[in-house]
Design a protein around this ligand. Structure first.
Ligand code: PLP
Length: 397
């Protein structure tokens, strides 16, 4: 007999009943410090009063009307995203994969409208993750996600991460653009070098192709700036966001420069649910908090505090951790023992984390996390490391 809830996940035997700030509580009342944030989604933590009120009030007025009508809440959110970014126009959708689908469609259509429909290929990177739709598993390129799902969607070329010569070498007359995560998430919390992002920007401009960024995980304040590419001082032509933008309400978006945005004329692309009054209310409430004066600076400050602790932790437990990597509050601990073992030991201590590629333990707390909560997480991680340590391998503190 199969479970009624399709068993496509290996779930931990815990169900949470409610949350408060950076904490979740299970049905027995046990408290967990949430450094997974629902896979980098719960940007404002749990039960944030401003987000709760915005969603409740909007739900009481109207939840959904469809994109056949004007949606003032979505117009307002789009205007705010445009004002805060490189973008001239914003398309709303419902998830990260759907945002990336829209991004790639917009790239291809931009080229087709410019008289070059043969330019449809997109360059992606080893270690990438772009989602689970048929096209996005091809963009991701990881055999683990492609196996058994039939012919791979055409049009994606893969090159090593952080290797500008490899990108240059793979550009052909059929290339429409590049799609890259400024900080790879699922692949193992690997940041692109800032000079690589700058070289990529120059190369795309010179080659007449589009630079697309997947900021589904690293965007919306996660790295201490609103968008991760700001650290490199570059601007893309088009960008996808999702995870944190609704604070847990499912939504995504494609942010585009005018030339790219103009390609998606009425009838060319759409979504039934995207940018509903309820989703936009959630997105606006999240932006209210993230764009409040001092908020991103405090994310950056808290992240630096956490990083100092993580680096010390890795030094103190060389038998368990070999290093720390990532950016801002998108942190990864490279493990010397299986990351799932450390994840389980952390869970036993009351700390929620997420596994990532390359045997990395991912720490992606809510952006509202405090320094004291980071210290608590570090202590729980130290206890978890003790529990997983191969005997004798621990350094004396
Ligand atoms: C999570 C993620 C996606 C996919 O988002 P879904 O909402 O699960 O479709 C795409 N790209 C990146 C970088 C992600 O982290």
């Amino acid at each position: 007999m199969i479970a009624a809830l399709m068993p496509n996940y290996n779930r931990a035997e815990i169900a949470f009943e409610h949350g408060q700030g950076s904490y979740l509580f299970d049905s027995s009342g046990r408290r967990y410090l949430d450094f997974g944030a629902g896979i980098a989604v719960s940007a404002l933590g749990h039960a944030h009063p401003h987000l709760v009120r915005a969603i409740a009030e909007q739900a009481g007025r109207v939840i959904h009307v469809s994109n056949l009508y004007r949606i003032p809440q979505a117009e307002h959110l789009a205007q705010r995203l445009v004002a805060a970014s490189f973008a001239d126009s914003v398309l709303f959708c419902n998830s990260g994969a759907e945002a990336n689908e829209g991004l790639v469609k917009a790239m291809r259509k931009t080229m087709a409208d410019a008289g070059s429909p043969e330019k449809y290929r997109v360059i992606c990177f080893a270690g990438a993750f772009h989602g689970r739709t048929l096209a996005m598993i091809a963009a991701t390129g990881n055999e683990k996600y492609l196996a058994g799902f039939g012919p791979k969607t055409e049009g994606f070329d893969h090159v090593p991460f952080n290797d500008i010569a490899a990108v240059r070498a793979v550009i052909t007359a059929q290339t429409a653009g590049v799609l890259i995560e400024p900080v790879q998430g699922e692949g193992g919390m690997r940041p692109a070098r800032l000079d690589f992002l700058r070289q990529l920007r120059v190369l795309c401009t010179e080659a007449g192709i589009l630079l697309g960024l997947d900021e589904v995980q690293c965007g919306m304040g996660r790295t201490g700036k609103l968008f991760a590419h700001e650290w490199a001082g570059i601007t893309p032509d088009v960008m996808s966001i999702a995870k944190g933008m609704g604070g847990g309400f499912p939504m995504g978006a494609v942010l585009a420069r005018e030339r790219v945005a103009r390609a998606l004329v009425p009838g060319s692309h759409g979504t039934t649910f995207g940018g509903s009054p309820l989703a936009a209310a959630a997105g606006n409430a999240v932006l209210d908090v993230i764009l409040a004066p001092g908020f991103l600076a405090s994310v950056d400050d808290t992240a630096r505090h956490l990083w100092r602790g993580l680096e010390a932790l890795a030094r103190q437990h060389p038998g368990v951790f070999t290093g720390a990597r990532g950016a801002g509050l998108m942190c990864g601990l490279q493990c010397a023992v299986p990351n799932t073992q450390v994840q389980k030991a952390a869970l036993d201590q009351g700390l929620l984390t997420v596994a990532a590629g390359e045997n990395v333990l991912r720490l992606v707390p809510p952006l509202i996390v405090s320094r004291a909560e980071c210290d608590e997480a570090l202590a729980l991680l130290a206890a978890a490391a003790q529990a997983c340590a191969p005997a004798m391998a621990e350094a004396t503190p």
